[in-house]
Design a protein around this ligand. Structure first.
Ligand code: CP
Length: 310
């Protein structure tokens, strides 16, 4: 199986069969991760770079681990200690790193479209690890993988995405991914945080969390992104938590089979009370574990590796 594009720039560019192929490969690699020695030689001799212009814990670490589990070398770039601080451009930075012999560039950048720009201008394959408020495709893929492991096929499942839909690259990628997999998706948040025409993505829109919470299979909470939002679009933290937070009181009213996800990092006490961490159906840490397997699948498919099972 090969993907139609040699880059992974967004869920928008993947069709259902490509998403399912990535998730199927991730299943194989998830089993590899459970072995005593969780390493396969699939990408021996290859090198990728983590080119992160924004902070990250989960995505950067899991791409780095995914590469090493595939016997692929991963070098890391830090904006703060690089020549970007002397004014070097994104393209010059990428071309100079590519000249040292990397096969793939994993980029996170505050500007929407930065990975697409690189993909047009370098020979290496490019993976979007989050571009502005645009897309975060590997988060959507690992969320879909985690939900399929727990719930089976997502066809017809009701998934509610809650929070700052307008500023969230996770919301956009998840909405695209879940609908391509046949789920019935709804979004809920303050009117100032719901983008116009979001229904065009094939979702329902709710402004009152308590109106819809009892009708869904999955509650996908989003981080309130203080760094991207303006005071005029955000109520107070107290008001936000009261209207849109997954509080201890709301948690008690959830049906026991409902599952809760969050991409992290969590603002405990804002979008989610700490009680949610102990809820049996919370998948926050399994999402992180599965992220390594999903990113192994993405690197494997883009770098054209040897299948671990021969
Ligand atoms: N979910 C996610 O992208 O987390 P990081 O910002 O820590 O990578």
């Amino acid at each position: 199986m090969t993907l139609r594009s040699r880059h992974l720039l967004g869920i928008e560019g993947l069709d259902r069969s490509e998403i399912l192929a990535i998730l199927d490969h991730a299943r194989t690699f998830r089993e590899v991760l459970d072995r005593t020695i969780p390493i396969v030689p699939a990408l021996r001799g290859r090198t990728v770079v983590n080119l992160f212009f924004e902070a990250s814990t989960r995505t950067s670490t899991s791409f780095s681990l995914a590469a090493s589990r595939l016997s692929c070398q991963c070098v890391s770039f830090s904006k703060a200690t690089s020549s970007v601080s002397k004014g070097e451009t994104l393209l010059d930075t990428a071309r100079n790193i590519e000249a040292m012999g990397v096969d793939g560039i994993i980029i996170r950048h505050p500007a929407a479209g930065a990975p697409h720009f690189l993909a047009r201008n370098v020979k290496a394959f490019v993976v979007n690890a989050g571009d502005g408020a645009h897309e975060h495709p590997t988060q959507a893929l690992l969320d879909a993988f985690t939900l399929r492991e727990k719930l089976g096929d997502l066809e017809g499942k009701r998934i509610l995405i809650v929070g700052d839909i307008a500023h969230s690259r996770v919301a956009r990628s998840n909405l695209l991914c879940f609908t391509k997999l046949g789920a019935r998706v709804a979004v809920c948040g303050p009117p100032t945080m719901i983008p116009p025409f979001v229904e065009d993505y094939g979702c329902e829109v709710f402004y009152r969390l308590d109106r819809i919470l009892g009708e869904v299979d999955v509650v996908n909470m989003l981080r309130v992104q203080q760094e991207r939002i303006t005071a005029s679009s955000f109520p107070t933290v107290r008001e936000y938590r009261a209207l849109y937070g997954l509080t201890a009181e709301r948690l008690k009213k959830l049906a026991p089979e409902v599952v809760v996800t969050h991409p992290g990092p969590v603002n405990w006490g804002v979008e989610m009370d700490f009680d949610v961490a102990d809820f049996a159906q919370t998948l926050i840490l399994p999402q992180v574990t599965n992220g390594v397997a999903v990113r192994m699948a993405v690197l494997f498919l883009l770098a054209g590796g040897e299948h671990p099972e021969g």
